[in-house]
Design a protein around this ligand. Structure first.
Ligand SMILES: [Zn+2]
Ligand SMILES: [Zn+2]
Length: 145
C-alpha cells in the first residue's frame, strides 16, 4: 500500500502549504515521502547531495525546519543524540532496536488519556511513545547481508 509520489504531487503539496518551490525543498520532501523513513539530517544530506551537489547541510536543516513548521514532516528523538525525520505524520509510536539501531513504526491503540486528549485537565496536543528493545530480526538471529 505504498503510494509513490511523483514530483508533480510533491510540488502540489508544497504549494498547498504555501511553501515556495526550490529544488532542495522538493527533493528533501520527496525523499521523506518515498519512505525514506526516520532519516537523520546527515542521511538526508548524503542522498540529496548526489542529485544537487551544491546543497549544504545547513540548507538541509533549514528545509527540515520549514517542512516541520508546516506539519509536513515529524521529528523523532528516539535516540536522543540525533533527530530523525519522517513524512508519515499520522500519530504512531516508535521502537528502537538496541542491537541494530533500526527504528520501527509501532501501531498501538491510544490509551484513554490520549483518546480524551486530556491528562489531569491538561490538554494533550502530541504524544510520542518510544519503545526500546531487541527487534524481531535480531532476536531470531537474522544476519543482514
Ligand atoms: Zn535489530
Ligand atoms: Zn515513524
Amino acid at each position: 500500500m505504498v503510494h509513490f509520489y511523483t514530483m508533480q504531487e510533491t510540488m502540489k503539496i508544497l504549494k498547498k502549504h504555501k511553501i515556495r518551490i526550490t529544488p532542495q525543498r522538493v527533493e528533501v520532501y520527496e525523499l521523506l515521502l518515498k519512505g525514506g523513513n526516520h532519516m537523520t539530517a546527515e542521511q538526508i544530506y548524503e542522498k540529496i547531495k548526489k542529485k544537487l551537489p551544491a546543497v549544504s547541510l545547513a540548507t538541509i536543516y533549514t528545509t527540515l525546519e520549514l517542512l516541520q513548521k508546516k506539519n509536513l514532516i515529524k521529528e523523532i528523538r528516539i535516540t536522543f543524540d540525533k533527530s530523525c525525520f519522517e513524512a508519515h505524520t499520522e500519530p504512531h509510536h516508535h521502537f528502537l532496536c538496541k542491537k541494530c539501531s533500526a527504528i520501527y513504526n509501532i501501531d498501538i491503540r491510544p490509551c484513554p488519556a490520549l483518546e480524551k486528549r486530556q491528562v489531569d485537565s491538561h490538554s494533550i496536543e502530541e504524544f510520542h511513545g518510544y519503545f526500546y528493545g531487541i527487534c524481531e530480526k535480531c532476536r531470531i538471529g537474522y544476519k543482514d547481508g
